[in-house]
Design a protein. Sequence first.
Length: 210
Amino acid sequence: MDTRKLISVVASGVVLAACAAASSSAPRAPSDEQVLATLRASFHPKGQAGLDRLEQDEVQKLCTEYSDGRAMPPEVARKIEQSQLATIHYPADGKLVGDWKAGEKIAQSGVGKQYSDDPSVVAGGNCYACHQLSKQEIAYGTIGPSLYGFGRVRGYSPQMQRYVYGKVYNAEAYAACTNMPRFGQHGILSEQQIRDVVALLMDPQSPVNQ
């Protein structure tokens, strides 16, 4: 073996050894149990915000599993949506649309469920933080799509009213791993409040549809 080949072989061996050493010394990712233990040690219950908020239900666990950028298999998404569709409770009297003026107040209120909030005060939906609701708004979030013109564009049919009620109640039933809170299932909004939010989106007189 000539000198150049010998140097090349030795250099390759050094590189492989260095890579192996680096690989063996790389820290391992913490387990789910270790992460949860750290969270529990870092947070303390305060007011109405308890440590139960750190516990994930089955939907959250599945969504976390695919939060690293991997595509969620269609069958997993269907499993989530079907299970969550079964959680939606529609009003017994069949009335899905309330008062849009009350719905507008709910949509513009960010009060509720935080440790600093008074639990005796009715929670709001904080909808403007993620959606545009009317053309008069000059500041709104863009995490969710614009809802301006929602009813005017989609129609005011009973089927659409039912869809909107269900979507507000539990959005996971229609889009697995959505960022939208499960307002009804988690008791953030009452049945009447959800009706009023439906009215905000579906009443032709609402500013959403002007």
